[in-house]
Design a protein around this ligand. Structure first.
Ligand code: FES
Length: 193
């Protein structure tokens, strides 16, 4: 299982990092959300942009964020190492965050996790076990990069992952026949005039 850790042995050396012009424009937009002199408040948003550009957060990227926001580097490291959304070593192109908290577990997250672990190669897919993703009504749930895939079982998980492998983007949301959290197969109440 490809876990996301900060074990120094797993971290390739990245000597320098700078934002591309496109990402720098987004960085400036995030900073502009805060009053002058309060640019440090943008640190999470700017770290997120660095991670989206690089795929993970090498120390050089954190140092560049500190420089742009005029923060002591240690303050940026503290934030990047605290939040699990930041990855301090390379991960696969698709991060499979599998919820195994009670509602998802009761609905079969073990089989979903197994299907994800079988697919995890550290390059295309990485797996991370997470606590409740806040979508229990559609359990079991896996967050894949920015989207939720819901109402999964082993077969539908494999179907979704196969589609990503082929370069497609499968439709997020329920993987059974229901709209959002409505009953499977369509409405069952309030159907009259
Ligand atoms: S328990 Fe899995 S989304 Fe809440």
């Amino acid at each position: 299982m490809a876990m996301i850790t900060a074990d120094p042995q797993d971290v390739p050396k990245v000597d320098s990092f700078s934002f591309t012009p496109e990402y720098m424009a987004k960085v400036n937009e995030v900073i502009a959300n805060y009053p002058p002199g309060r640019q440090a408040s943008a640190v999470i948003g700017v770290l997120d942009l660095a991670q989206r550009q690089q795929g993970w957060l090498p120390r050089a990227a954190m140092d560049e964020v500190a420089r742009i926001l005029q923060m002591a580097p240690i303050r940026v490291y503290e934030i990047a190492t605290f939040y699990t959304m930041f990855h301090l070593k390379p991960k696969g192109r698709y991060l499979l965050q599998v919820c195994t908290t009670t509602p998802c577990w009761l609905r079969g997250s073990e089989a979903v996790m197994k299907a994800c672990q079988e697919a995890a190669d550290g390059t295309t897919f990485s797996v991370q076990e997470v606590e409740c993703l806040g979508a229990c009504v559609n359990a079991p749930v896996v967050q894949i990069n920015d989207d939720f895939y819901e109402d999964l079982d082993a077969a539908s998980t494999r179907r979704v992952l196969d589609a990503f492998r082929r370069g497609e983007t499968p439709k997020p949301g329920p993987q059974v026949d229901r709209q959002t959290s409505a009953p499977e197969g369509g409405p069952t109440t309030l159907k009259g005039e």
